[in-house]
Design a protein around this ligand. Structure first.
Ligand code: ATR
Length: 283
């Protein structure tokens, strides 16, 4: 990378931000298509969010990814919000279009595209989502937009599960209910089981959001965690020969969509995967 007076600046804002893989992904992507651009991370506290967004315009930063905890709050500072971002109520990608700040959400398409790439059929299926945070909302919206028949949302905090299920019912017209983790014991089978909690993520790699007895009911298990590559939940699925997927493809796909919004180009996913492998992020 050769930084000079003409280098375009991109980045990510969030808090904390130290573990983000986005700088590695986007810098590798810029290099792969010979763009004179650099991507850096900005640790932005809640009280500085407005100034940070104004700074995008003032400094002529070309594009920004937004992560936890700013995805919802950032919306009020933007000049335009895409329909998809409005629907999900969160922005993860900002494009500075000649001083006009445009907000997009690439989490939903990142998720649905990964299902499509692996030929997972969603139409007419019954899904169970574990978790009710921001990522769970993107997954629930994604499943709803791709024709899921019903969704059950199980979450530690019952109130958050209720809020998300009401949101999906009212805004997407999908049969969606909130349940407890205990309720899952009553189910006979689960077409699609998605973990969108942080349970099982490094360093707590021996934890699983549900027991093996629940995992075996699933016909397909998706864990959006990518570190470790195979969570305890996915090990249960493997043990019982159940199709499964980790969160790596969703990460790469949402990054690629942001890259496309900024540059008009797709990046080569294999090049990015190899870069991450070299850095030991992916085994
Ligand atoms: P994100 O934007 O990644 O979804 P989040 O909004 O903090 O992040 O959501 C994290 C999810 O993991 C939530 O569903 C959370 O459950 P609560 O809403 O009850 O907090 C879930 N989660 C995190 N730690 C958990 C744990 N130890 N047991 C069960 N669920 C957990």
């Amino acid at each position: 990378m050769h930084v000079n007076a003409k280098t375009d600046i991109y980045g990510i804002i969030g808090h904390p931000i130290g573990h983000s893989l986005s700088p590695f992904i986007h810098n590798a992507a810029f290099e792969s298509v010979n763009l004179n651009s650099v991507y850096v991370s900005f640790d932005v506290h809640e009280e500085n969010l407005k100034d940070a967004i104004l700074g995008i315009k003032a400094l002529g930063i070309k594009g920004i990814n937004v992560t936890v905890p700013h995805k919802e709050n950032v919306m009020k500072y933007l000049d335009y919000i895409s329909d998809e971002a409005k629907l999900i109520g969160a922005v993860n990608t900002i494009k500075n279009n000649n001083g006009i700040l445009e907000g997009y959400n690439t989490d939903v398409t990142g998720f649905t595209e990964s299902l499509k790439e692996h030929d997972i059929v969603v139409e007419g299926k019954n899904a169970v989502i574990l978790g009710a945070g921001g990522a769970a909302r993107a997954v629930a919206v994604g499943l709803s937009l791709t024709g899921v028949k019903s969704i059950m949302i199980a979450n530690r905090s019952k109130e958050k599960a209720r809020n998300l299920s009401n949101y999906i019912k009212n805004n997407l017209g999908i049969n969606c209910i909130d349940v407890t983790y205990d309720d899952l014991n009553q189910l006979e089978e689960i077409d699609i089981l998605v973990n969108v909690t942080s349970v099982g993520m490094f360093p707590d790699i021996n934890l699983s959001p549900v027991d093996e007895s629940i995992a075996v009911k699933a016909k397909f298990v998706y864990d959006i965690i990518y570190n470790p590559e195979k969570t305890q939940l996915l090990s249960y699925a493997e043990k019982h020969s159940i199709r499964n997927l980790n969160g790596f493809d969703m990460l790469i796909n949402q990054a690629n969509h942001s890259f496309k919004i900024w540059t008009g180009m797709n990046f080569n996913k294999n090049i990015i995967l190899n870069t991450l492998k070299k850095k030991d992020f992916v085994k």
